[in-house]
Design a protein around this ligand. Structure first.
Ligand code: HEM
Length: 404
């Protein structure tokens, strides 16, 4: 019934989600070994529930946690284990809070907003070249070049090294996909090692000569005794990994939504002041990270049913965002939707730390496209979407842009 690896699911996960929301109890999906929460109210509550945690730590002996983690992620990945598998996203309680506060401070809304003109300049020159071609793949030729580059730049990586960062990040993250192979494992471990060595040098550089960048802020936090060096490296890797692929995906599906809804595209052209609402609607309509897990840190009762300690839950943010009990006409793409309290960035203790940045990337890109074109259309077949439960985005999107 629920087959997230199928082509039918990739084409339209929303009819599967609608079926799940009709069930009296959460569906147990063996593929993820998790009870799937699909209604907005349940997903929201679960994300805010302090007894539902991301890691095994709060309810397992530390040695067992490591053994369990290794059994799930295979042995012999010392650097991936050290820097990726125990990042702040995978922690709870005090450690999580301590690291989160440091990132929140470094990646503040103010700091992000100050980057607007830098992002505009980068996007404009990229679009300039593409407008000479007119016909191109929006995902591969435009979207893929922006978020990783901007995050790299904010971290303090020289522009010429940013493409390498993207490759490391993709290899590190690919290991979390279903169907991973020995080759994925080796790629993930060697990418983590190379990235680690690269960051170590950059860190020692910034320690000697601080700049106005994220690495310098994190180094200052380490020098103040707020985090250790492994945590610093792990946090840099997480910031890149969390924000790169997800923003590419929502750029692709957002563009697809605009092209498929010419009335909404026309409205946005007439009133570009709606851009922030339009971007929020893109996140709601096709949430790029539709699935995250939680564990019950103790026996708990949820909607009248009891679950043992250690039970795993899947929070279907993508389904919650199409729940008619929360959003009128949820399957309608409406760039003026207000209110729009979507959960594409999660909720509660792990609420996304990069949400201002990814929304700014999106705003800048779509505004630049609207400003510089008079017509946008698909130039190839309808796109196919990735076959996955945990990410959603088109594989590619051929477009034809007519310059002004
Ligand atoms: C399309 C863009 C993005 C989406 C949809 C997204 C979504 C999310 C979600 C749903 C979570 C919470 C996970 C959970 O509930 O367990 C999260 C966490 C996180 N995100 Fe994002 N994210 C995006 C972009 C970014 C960017 C650009 C950055 C960094 C620059 C970033 C950094 C993080 C970090 C560090 C966390 C962990 C927070 C914590 O555990 O306390 N994200 N993101």
């Amino acid at each position: 019934m629920f087959e997230p690896q199928s082509t039918a699911f990739a084409k339209n996960p929303y009819s599967f989600y609608a079926d799940l929301r009709q069930l009296d109890e959460p569906h147990f999906y063996e593929g993820a070994n998790a009870y799937l929460l699909s209604r907005y109210i349940d997903v929201e509550r679960a994300a805010r529930n302090p007894k539902l945690v991301r890691s095994l730590e709060p309810f397992m002996d530390p040695e067992l946690v490591k053994a369990e983690q290794r059994a799930r992620n295979w042995h012999d990945m010392p650097n991936h284990e050290r820097f990726v598998q125990f990042s702040l996203l995978e922690r709870d309680d005090d450690t999580h809070f301590r690291l989160r506060v440091i990132v929140l401070r470094a990646l503040s809304r103010r700091f992000v907003e100050q980057q607007r003109s830098m992002i505009e300049a980068y996007v404009d020159q990229l679009l300039d070249k593409l407008l000479q071609l007119r016909e191109f793949d929006f995902v591969a030729d435009l979207a893929s070049h922006v978020p990783g580059h901007i995050i790299g730049h904010l971290l303090g990586v020289p522009d010429e090294d940013c493409p390498q960062l993207r490759i490391w990040s993709e290899n590190i993250v690919q290991f979390f996909d279903v169907g991973r192979t020995e080759e994925h494992k080796q790629l993930a471990e060697s990418a983590t090692t190379e990235f680690y060595l690269y960051l170590s040098e950059l860190i020692s550089d910034r320690r000697k000569k601080p700049k106005e960048d994220l690495i310098s802020s994190l180094v200052a936090a380490q020098d103040a005794g707020e985090m250790n060096e492994a945590e610093l490296i792990s946090t840099c890797m997480l910031i890149l990994a969390a924000g790169h692929g997800s923003t590419i995906d929502v750029l692709g599906s957002g563009m697809h939504a605009l092209i498929s809804h010419p009335d909404q595209l026309a409205l946005l052209r007439r009133s570009p002041g709606h851009i922030q609402m339009a971007v929020q609607e893109m996140f709601r309509f096709d949430s790029p990270l539709p699935f995250f897990h939680r564990y019950a840190s103790e026996e708990l009762v949820f909607n009248g049913r009891s679950y043992p300690r250690g039970a795993k839950f899947g929070l279907l943010y993508g389904s919650a965002n199409r729940d008619p009990d929360q959003f009128p006409n949820p399957d309608t793409f409406d760039v003026t939707r207000d209110p729009n309290r979507h959960v594409a960035f999660g909720r509660g203790a792990h609420l996304c730390l990069g949400n201002h940045l990814s929304r700014l990337d999106m705003e800048v890109i779509f505004l630049s496209i609207l400003r510089n074109t008079k017509h946008i259309q698909l130039s190839g077949p309808e796109p196919t979407y990735k076959r996955s439960l945990s990410v959603r985005g088109p594989e590619s999107l051929r477009v034809l842009l007519t310059p002004r």
